[in-house]
Design a protein around this ligand. Sequence first.
Ligand SMILES: [Zn+2]
Length: 130
Amino acid sequence: MIIESRELRLRHRIPVNRIGKYWKGLEEGKVYKTVCRCGRSYYPPRAECVCGNQTDWVEITGKGIVECFTVVHSIPSCFEWSKPYRIVIARFGDVRVMGWCEDEVVVGDEVSIFTAMDGSGVWKVWFRRG
Ligand SMILES: [Zn+2]
């Protein structure tokens, strides 16, 4: 049985002016979280903590630990590569970060974080093993 399908493209506009540093950071190779003096940390970043204080920007550095991942075998036609890739969630201290990964990883592996622009001009968070 053949299931007919067609591509559906969605575009969303979200306000980013209060978290512009995050998007600018990706272009500079940096991934930021925000932290509050009450002890809470946020990733994705939030400009304001649930306690009402303004948060501070802190770069996420060092090694993360893979907590879960999925392997994507169905590659969209707009991608510039054709091999399977991974969407990984890794813990970096007090935050979990989702990113893309071309390396084979398993839960518990150490990963490094970096940023790169994809073929459509969008900056993304990436991991590499080790
Ligand atoms: Zn707070």
